[in-house]
Ligand binder design. Structure first.
Ligand code: FAD
Length: 276
């Protein structure tokens, strides 16, 4: 089976973290990823780290893809970032609204990710391939599932090329989202975002924050393993492998892995899928 894959990292905060991430990337390059994306902190702490990490990835011979969020930003700062990304050899961007940490006022010249997509197209034409976020289980701030679908379609109409989803464990939510798009005449590829399971308390905390549903049976099994890390990893790899298999069998165009800067869990899922 040939499956196209992409990998997501976050910018390391320390020199030790950067060394560790370099080693992780070398292991994951064995998967021949189509590209490696690097998140961007809307609050400011990791913004330069995104560019530094992307430059390293490009220097290692892979496509480095920065995430870029617009909330709280001015057109001028976005313009400068686009110029540095272009200079760094970047051809693809994940364009987002982002979330400001509490305590930040809204400010800025952008309201929604669709405004950012419009601006990037106005400023740089078709230079960048633009991916945008998609929410099969509905973004937590959306007025309704229909309004959220409209918001995704607005990003496509503004010029986005692909969607990457928030992670989910319910394949039906993904299939339904794609079906709803197709019924509206939107043929944009939507790549499932996959979160490998390595640590149950972290997963449950993340999921509550971003609105991803961890099914009750998965949640209660994970909790029942207590501190048994091996049992959590084995069960987690089973659940995520079955999800990926269903998504690929159902026509998902590729898979985007939220690696959390670790290689083992992603490699294990792909080994079980017969890809690694
Ligand atoms: P939008 O598409 O603008 O949507 C935000 C909300 O506004 C939604 O509820 C939508 O329904 C609503 N909305 C949109 N347009 C309208 C409109 N015209 N009228 C009314 N309502 C509207 N965050 C980071 O900070 N850094 C990252 O690197 C990062 N990477 C991510 C990568 C992926 C693949 C995904 C799925 C998410 C990522 N996020 C990241 C999280 C993301 O920033 C948050 O989920 C954020 O809350 C929404 O960003 P968005 O781009 O989806 O926003």
């Amino acid at each position: 089976m040939t499956t196209s894959l992409s990998l997501e990292f976050f910018p390391p905060k320390t020199p030790e973290g950067a060394d560790k991430l370099r080693a992780v990337r070398q292991k994951l390059y064995a998967l021949a990823p189509e590209y490696c994306s690097v998140t961007f902190g809307a609050g400011g702490s990791t913004q330069e780290g995104t560019l530094d990490t992307v430059r390293e990835i490009v220097g290692e011979g892979y496509a480095g893809v920065p995430h870029l969020s617009c909330i709280g930003q001015t057109k001028d700062t976005i313009r400068q970032r686009l110029a540095s990304y272009r200079d760094a050899g970047v051809k693809r961007i994940v364009a987002l609204r982002g979330d400001l940490p509490s305590g930040y006022g809204l400010g800025g010249e952008f309201r929604y990710a669709s405004d950012l997509v419009t601006f990037i197209r106005e400023e740089t034409g078709e230079h960048f391939h633009l991916a945008v976020a998609a929410y099969p289980e509905v973004h937590p701030q959306a007025k309704s599932p229909q309004a959220d679908l409209d918001a995704f379609i607005a990003k496509v109409q503004a010029g986005a090329n692909t969607g990457i989803t928030q992670y989910f464990f319910n394949a039906d939510a993904y299939f339904r989202f794609v079906e709803d798009l197709r019924r509206r005449g939107v043929e944009t590829p939507v790549v499932p975002g996959i979160m490998p399971i390595t640590n149950s308390s972290q997963l449950l905390r993340f999921s509550d924050a971003c609105g991803a549903e961890v099914p009750r049976w998965v949640r209660s099994r994970l909790q029942s393993f207590g501190d048994d890390a091996a049992a959590i990893k084995d069960f987690g790899a089973d659940v995520v492998t079955a999800l990926c298999r269903r998504l690929l069998d159902g026509g998902a165009p590729s898979l985007h892995f939220y690696t959390l800067n670790q290689s083992v869990a992603t490699l294990e899922v792909l080994r079980r899928l017969g890809i690694a």
